[in-house]
Design a protein around this ligand. Sequence first.
Ligand code: AMP
Ligand code: FES
Ligand code: ZN
Length: 284
Amino acid sequence: MFSPGDRILVAVSGGKDSLALWDILLELGYDVDGLFVNLGIGDYSSDSGHFAWKFAEARGLKLRTIDLRSEFNFDIPAGSRAARRAPCSVCGLSKRHLFDDAALRGNYNALATGHNLDDEAAVLLGNVLRWEHEYLGRQRPVLQAGGGFPKKVKPLVRLAERETAAYCVLRGIEYMLEECPLAEGNRHLAYKEALNGIEDRSPGVKHSFYFGFQDRSLPLFTNDGGPTTKPISCERCGASGNGQVCAFCRLLERTGGNLPSPPASVNIRGTKSVANGHGGNRHG
Ligand code: AMP
Ligand code: FES
Ligand code: ZN
């Protein structure tokens, strides 16, 4: 997943998984900065930020913060209304864009997120239920850098939610307990609940579902090295994507938000034509 000496940017939500991940990577001796995105979801966002800041301050760590409202003039509830899309979809596309951009601009070797086994198994279930071929091909714990995207890693995919919670308790890490109020009733949570019900009756099934897919079926959905849609640089912000204007800039058009600044250097983004395998992988 990483090489010695890598500079890592870990996306921290203030929840148990990402704070545990930050702690673990530091314990392993990596040079790790944090990134928190204030999504503007009322108290939920401000309280989440509080936990992320508290962790960073107590250890003298660098926490980069992006505030959607002050920097881009919209927040997730307003973005969802303007785009007529579910909040989680607007949130997901904004986070993906901002995480990639921060990792590239900061010249980090990798972007790490705290997705755990419960998250990834639920995403896999959603993608299998609809046979989302393209998304399935991207569902792996490590996506190499390429096509203007940074390397992305999910180091906690072997751990269940309860394990990262236990880790935080043992390490004395305080974290945000509340779940996002806008996620209530979404498909992703329903898939998680369904898998938990099956897991109760067949312990270990979540693990074999996800890792069986990684070991045996993923190659059926990937075209590593093969031709794929060539990523296009967004004409507004320079980010890699599938259209002339990236999904984030299109969202900003609809919200009347501020356009992001163009890339600092063309070198960081690169323009290699590779099977990038980045972008969204969630069907939730
Ligand atoms: P979620 O999409 O909420 O399940 O979160 C998955 C991962 O994305 C977390 O473990 C974090 O690494 C990252 N993440 C989620 N929300 C934020 C946020 N507001 N700021 C920074 N990272 C986040
Ligand atoms: Fe993204 Fe709730 S955290 S919509
Ligand atoms: Zn753009």
